[in-house]
Design a protein around this ligand. Structure first.
Ligand code: NDP
Length: 477
């Protein structure tokens, strides 16, 4: 090697993590009345970052009532242009504090700083800016001349994009005139609690945003609370199904963003080097903890050997380790539980006869780590081709004709996203019309923009987030 590797760690001095956090209810941090505190841990080092309060049923009730009061007294009565001012203010504070929030996100979640700094945070701010723009134009969104908010939204989000999922939930809800109670995931509450401080900094009226921390029981109590008019959930299909059952028969409106098993389809005329970058970005971005990850690679047989050789070579250059090192490509797996699930499914892949390959790489001693991995010789019946692994693990399959590619791509209970790599525009359009997926990327992957709708078919859930479509779930119309 020509040069010694020199780490380039981002300083964590910019973040000020308190030793313990209360619940953010009615504009203030308050102590939980009936839950047991738990710890938020850095998955890269297993260091305890802070003690977090658990909201029990009485706390959930307080939060929902605070949101209701704020809805009745202030927020639903404010003209859209005034709601917009608050959203713009929040967006600007996020931009001002973006370095601090990126470091905090990487510490709590384990994702590389390169991603939290260059992807998550810019998108978080963009989401608030975008929906601020809609707040006084709702009458032109196509949902009637004078659409009304729904009321109190109960929102439950996962751990893979903590602050970004918060933005996807809170920005459109507030723009439409709803108030919210949001529960972040148990393992990644810190940026949501920092967001609570941002609400204070922005002088948001008390009760418009309430952040309650806790695990699944807190989430359940929130979505089942009778004072909640709208439930918005992102997470596993299993919990999404339980939520759909729990609210069935009530008047609650529901949107669910659930799992995926996206096909990334490489045709023989694709620009191979770009496609390989797209494959890498599709499955190793955010350690593969991405609901729309390109976790099933479909390669046309005629270019299989070439694509695979270049993919392996590129994988050998990925750098795994300290999420705060600016050179890191792959950070830590978010929790011991998720690591166990990735290990289990990978073992099942081997047991079922697929061939496993990872580049040689050294994993840090402490924390939760999994090397970038591909499985070849995978058949459609294998569990690793059907189930969401939610880790840096790619299943590789092949096809001969476009029709076969479509058939295999659609052979999944999910339908969140897909990727197509080809030089032919007509083939892209034809594939997009055939693929049963909410988002189809052409010659790119994992691209997000606040103005474009995102959501799934089949077991990937229902409702759309982002864009004009994302307003619909928060309007009574
Ligand atoms: P969950 O679906 O359990 O978690 C998502 C959120 O829902 C969390 O805030 C969780 O709280 C909360 N929650 C859990 N149970 C309930 C309930 N009964 N009612 C209301 N809210 C609830 O995902 P996991 O973290 O358990 O991950 C399990 C698997 O799900 C992963 O391995 C992955 O395959 C998939 N997943 C998919 C995601 C996606 O975006 N498609 C996102 C996350 C996970 P808490 O964190 O405290 O448990």
């Amino acid at each position: 090697m020509a040069f010694e590797y020199a780490p380039a760690p981002e300083s964590r001095a910019i973040v000020d993590i308190r030793s313990s956090y209360g619940l953010f209810i009615n504009g203030d941090f308050t102590e939980a009345t009936d839950g047991k505190p738990f710890k938020s841990v850095s998955p890269a080092s297993e260091e305890v970052l802070a003690e977090i309060s658990e909201a029990g049923p009485a706390d959930v009730d307080r939060a929902v009532k605070a949101a209701r009061r704020a809805y009745d007294k202030t927020w639903s009565k404010l003209p859209g242009r005034d709601r917009a001012k608050y959203l713009y203010r929040i967006a600007r504070i996020i931009q001002e504090r973006s370095r601090e929030l990126a470091v905090l996100e990487s510490l709590d979640n384990g994702k590389p700083i390169r991603e939290s700094r260059d992807v998550d945070l810019p998108l978080v701010a963009a989401h608030f800016f975008y929906y601020a723009g809609w707040a006084d134009k709702l009458g032109y969104a196509g949902f009637g001349a004078d659409p009304k908010p729904i009321g109190v939204a109960g929102q439950v989000i996962p751990w893979n994009f903590p602050l970004l999922m918060l933005a996807w939930k809170i920005a459109p809800a507030l723009a439409c005139g709803n108030t919210v109670v949001l529960k972040p995931a148990e393992t990644t509450p810190l940026t949501a609690l920092a967001f609570a401080e941002i609400c204070q900094q922005a002088d948001l009226p008390p009760g418009v945003v309430n952040i309650i921390t806790g695990a699944g029981d807190t989430g359940r109590a929130l979505v089942e609370h009778e004072g909640v008019d709208k439930v918005a959930f992102t997470g596993s299909t299993e919990v999404g199904r339980a939520i759909a059952k729990a609210v069935a028969g009530s008047n609650k409106r529901v949107t669910l963003e659930l799992g995926g098993k996206a096909a990334n389809v490489i045709f023989e005329d694709a620009p191979v080097d770009q496609a390989v970058e797209g494959i890498i970005n599709g499955i190793f971005f955010n350690q593969g903890h991405v609901c729309c990850a390109g976790s099933r690679l479909l390669v046309q047989e005629s270019v299989y050997d070439e694509v695979l050789a270049r993919l392996k070579r590129r994988m050998s250059t990925l750098r795994i380790g300290d999420p705060l090192d600016k050179n890191t490509d792959i950070g830590a797996i978010n929790s011991a539980m998720q690591l166990a699930k990735i290990r289990e499914l990978s073992q099942i892949g081997e047991d079922e006869g697929a061939e496993r390959w990872s580049p040689a790489c050294e994993l840090p001693e402490h924390g939760y780590w999994f090397p970038p991995t591909i499985f070849t010789g995978v058949s459609q019946a294998h569990r690793i081709a059907r189930e969401e692994i939610f880790g840096p693990v790619l299943s590789v399959l092949t096809f001969r004709t476009p029709a076969e590619a479509v058939e295999k791509a659609n052979n999944t209970p999910f339908g969140l996203s897909a990727g197509v790599w080809t030089e032919k525009g007509s083939r892209i359009l034809w594939m997009a019309s055939q693929l049963r997926a909410g988002v189809v990327w052409a010659n790119t992957f994992n691209r997000f923009d606040p103005s474009s709708p995102f959501g799934g078919y089949k077991e990937s859930g229902y409702g759309r987030e982002g864009g004009r479509h994302g307003l619909e779930g928060y309007l009574a119309h």
